[in-house]
Design a protein around this ligand. Structure first.
Ligand code: NAD
Length: 261
């Protein structure tokens, strides 16, 4: 039997997704790097780093809010890399908008990208695991500490991340009979372009200098430093591994000590 392992990581042109893609490559996975078409240049950096680790990878332009695109991503991954073992639904966006101002269009956008995408990823991966006759499969999605506690000025974002936990539990129960595990990770304050955006938007609202809002949040972390994509990748590596075969329906907080559940 082949010992080849293949993972898809959405939103892996940069940030946490890139960190996860590199860690899984270190773990011996070949990786489909999925991101928006405009992210091709950043995606190439992810591909180059995976190549240095001696694993195969390819860039599949994908808008994860589009169901057909996600199913196409899964099909193309198997065509290109030979199989599928792990699906990481990582891509997401943040919006800094108070609850009093949130528009219908903003809600639709963030729900399609942060939540619908997770449904499509679960559906497409579960269907493919069945088609391939896999004995097991792993699906791992991005929640957040904002999925455990609502954050002011992030109401829509927080609600999508709460919803990811609900989907994760329900899908885990449904798919357990097929030995497909469904889990999620909940990072804290991670140093990525998303937090650059959050910091800038918060500065516009509260007048603090650029960088100050990020620093203020980091100052509340028990371990005394901000989080890096590699910190998140360590948890995803575990959830993707045989060591996590008996873990399902869980959303694991990885935040350096901010929230305790
Ligand atoms: N940065 C943090 O502090 C933090 C904390 C908790 C959870 N998260 C979650 O982790 C995930 C990754 O966050 P990040 O900080 O790396 O963000 P990021 O903005 O740095 O990177 C996100 C990536 O997703 C891609 N993406 C966005 N919309 C997409 C779409 N429709 N289709 C395909 N790709 C798309 C972007 O192009 C980008 O490459 C997100 O789901 C985010 O909500 C981040």
């Amino acid at each position: 039997m082949s010992d080849q392992k293949v993972a898809i990581v959405t939103g892996s042109a940069r940030g946490i997704g890139r960190g996860i893609a590199l860690k899984l490559a270190q773990d011996g996975f070949d990786v489909a790097v999925a991101d928006l078409p405009a992210q091709r240049e950043d995606a190439q950096t992810t591909l180059d780093e995976i190549a240095k680790l001696g694993r195969r990878a390819f860039f599949r332009p994908t808008d994860v809010s589009d169901r057909d695109a996600v199913f196409g991503l899964v099909d193309d991954t198997v065509a290109e890399l030979g199989t599928l073992d792990v699906m990481v639904n990582n891509a997401g966006i943040c919006q800094i908008v108070p609850i009093t101002d949130v528009t219908e269009e903003q809600l639709e956008t963030i729900y399609r990208i942060n939540l619908f995408s997770v449904v499509w990823g679960i559906q497409a991966a579960a269907a493919k695991f069945g088609e391939l006759g896999k004995e097991k499969g792993k699906i791992i999605s991005a929640s957040s500490i904002a999925g455990f506690e609502g954050f002011p000025i992030l109401p829509a974002y927080s609600s999508t991340k709460f919803a990811v936990r609900g989907l994760t539990q329900a899908a885990a129960k449904e798919l357990a009979a097929r030995n497909i595990t469904v889990n999620a990770y909940a990072p804290g304050i991670v140093d990525t372009p998303m937090w650059t955006y959050i910091d800038e938007e918060m500065s516009k609202l509260n007048g603090k200098p650029i960088g100050q809002n990020f620093k203020d949040m980091v100052d509340t972390i028990a371990l005394g430093r901000c989080e890096y994509p590699s910190d998140v990748a360590g948890i995803v590596s575990f959830l993707a591994s045989d060591n996590a075969d008996y873990v399902t329906g869980q959303t694991i907080i990885v935040d350096g000590g901010m929230q305790y559940s």
